[in-house]
Design a protein around this ligand. Sequence first.
Ligand code: ATP
Ligand code: MG
Length: 651
Amino acid sequence: MNTTPNTTPSTFPPPEAVAKSAWVDAEGYTRMYEQSVKDPEAFWGEQGKRLDWIRPYTKVKDVSFTGDVHIRWFYDGTLNVSANCIDRHLADKADQTAIIWEGDNPAESKHITYRELHEQVCRLANVLKAKGVKKGDRVTIYLPMIPEAAYAMLACARIGAMHSIVFGGFSPDSLRDRLVDCDSHLLITADEGLRGGRKVPLKKNADVALAASPNVRTQLVVRRTGGAVDWTEGRDFWYDEEIAKVSADCPPEEMSAEDPLFILYTSGSTGKPKGVLHTTGGYLVYASMTHQYVFDYKPGEVYWCTADVGWVTGHSYIVYGPLANGATTLMFEGIPNYPSVSRFWEVVDKHNVAIFYTAPTAIRALMREGEAPVKKTSRKSLRILGSVGEPINPEAWLWYNRVVGDERCPIVDTFWQTETGGILISPLPGATTAKPGSATLPFFGVQPVVVDNDGKLLEGETEGNLCIADSWPGQMRTVFGDHVRFVQTYFSTFEGKYFTGDGCRRDADGYYWITGRVDDVINVSGHRMGTAEIESALVAHPKVAEAAVVGYPHDLKGQGIYAYVTLNAGEHPSDELRKELVTWVRKEIGPIATPDLIQWAPGLPKTRSGKIMRRILRKIAANEHEALGDTSTLADPGVVHDLVDSRMNRG
Ligand code: ATP
Ligand code: MG
C-alpha cells in the first residue's frame, strides 16, 4: 500500500546558487559516500585530521555490534575538546564572535569573541578544579540558555570531567533522578531563568532536588535575574564571585579519544530516560563534519540552532560542532512567540542569520498564525533552513520553504537521535534533491538498512524497521552505568545491527522516509501503518494545525485509528468538520487509514523538547487513565488532564 499523501509535490533540486558554491555537490556526494562505506578506515582516518590531536591516532576503528558490543574510534589518539573548540582558533579568530547571545528580552544581546570564550572557560575550569572536580567526575548543569551553559560544557571538557545537562524546564524530581543516576557531586545552576517574560525558579527547584541528592556537595549559582534565593552556606557559591578568584589560564587536559565527554539523558518519549554516553574523539569529528556539510557552513556566517542545550541538538549543533568549526553560533534564551510570533524572523534580521535550524513543532505552531508575521520581516540573510526532532509533515515543509525561505533556501530535514551523536540521514544542501517529508539519504559512513520483524534484510523499495549496519564515529558507546541495558536496547532486537527504534520506508530512489517510532505503528486489520503519514494527511487539511494519531483496541479491526486534532487559530470544532476530516484522510491515503475516532485537542502532550508523546495518547485512547506511566518529562501536564476529561465525557 502506498501511504504517501497524494498532495506531496515531487522534488526540489538544490537551488543553483547553493549548488555552485556548496562544499559538496551531487557528484561529490556519490563519490564520497562510496568511499566512506567501501573503506571506512581510510575515509575516517582522513576525516579525523579535521581536529587537532595531541598524540595523533594510528588506529581508526574497532567495533563489534555482537556479543557484549564495543565501539572505539581513533582510539590510540589523544586530544582535548575545549582546545579544539577554542584554543586552536585563537591564532586567526581571537576577535571573531564565537557566540551571539540573544536574550529573552529583545533589548538584550551580546557578542562573545573566541578570546573571551577562552578566558571564561579557563576561569570556570579552574573553579571546578578548586572545588575538587577531577578527570572522570560528573558535573550536572541545570541552566537556562545563557552563555554560562556553553562555558560550563567546555570547562568540563577542558579538565576531563563529564557533563550531564538537565534541561532547565525539568522538575526537581527529574533533576534529582539524573543527579543520582550519574552520581554528580557538583551542580551548576542559576538564580532564575527567563522565558517568554516569565521567571523560572531554577535555584529553588535545584534546592529541592539537592535535598534528596546527598552526594552533591557544591552548587555554583549564576546570577541571571538577581531574584531572591535561599542560600546554604558551605554548599552554595556565586558563580561570578568564584571565577573572579581564579586564574584565567588553565591548560587543557590530555584526553584519550575514548574518554567520556558527556552523559545526556534521552527525552523520555518512550519511557524511563537513558544516560546516553558519548566520548571525545569520534564524537567531535562527527559533530564537526556533519555541521560543516549538512548546513554547508562557510566561515564568517552566522548560524542559529534554536534548540536548548539541554537536548543533544544543542550539544552537537549549538556548541560542539559549530565551535569546532570556528563558527559564529547564536544562542537564544527565549521562545518563538515572545514578545510576538515574529520573534524568530526578527532575530534572523537583527543578527544576519544565514543558517536556521529548528523543530517541526515550532514550524507548525508558527504556521498556525499565518504568513503575515513572517512576511513582515526581511529574512534576506537566510541561506539554508533545517528541521529536526520529528518527521516534518510535507505541509509544514512546504510552508517553511515558501513562506520562511522564499523558495530560495534548501531545507535539510535531519534525522538523528541522542544516541547517534550527530545527523545520520539528511539532504546536503548543494547535493541532494529534496522531497518534502523525507530525510532523504545517509550521511557519509552511515549505512541504513531496513529489516522486517524477523530481522530479514529488505531490499529496494520497502518499509520496515530502520537499523544501521555499521558504526560511525559519533555513535554512543554505552548507557552510563548500565552496559547491559545498552546492548539490550539497541543491539538485541536485530542481531548485529544498531536498531533506531524508528520505522521507515525506502522509496524507489533509495530515499528514507521516517514513519515514526516502531512502537507507534498501528495495525488495522493486518495493515501496518506509521502514525506520521496519517498525521501528515490531517495536517494537510487547511483547518488543521497539528494532529497526533495512535492505535486503540478495536473489536473488529484489532486496532482502530484514534486521531487527536488541534485546529488552526480561529477555527471551531463541529461534527461536520469531523466528517470532512474523515473524508479527507480517505481521499489522501485510502480507506484503510480512515480515522475511527477524532478527538478535538486544544493542546497535545509533548515532551519538553516539543515531541508528541504518543505513549500517553495511547493510554488515554484506550481509557487507561490510571496507567499513564512516567509523565515527568511532559512540558505541560495540564494538557493531559484536559484530554482525559474530554475523553471520559465522550464515554
Ligand atoms: P526517548 O528515546 O527517551 O523516547 P526521544 O527518542 O524523543 O526520547 P531523541 O533522541 O531526542 O529522544 O529523539 C530521537 C527521535 O526523534 C528519533 O528516534 C525519531 O523518532 C525522531 N526524529 C528526530 N529527527 C527526526 C527527523 N528528521 N525525521 C523523523 N523523525 C525524527
Ligand atoms: Mg529515542
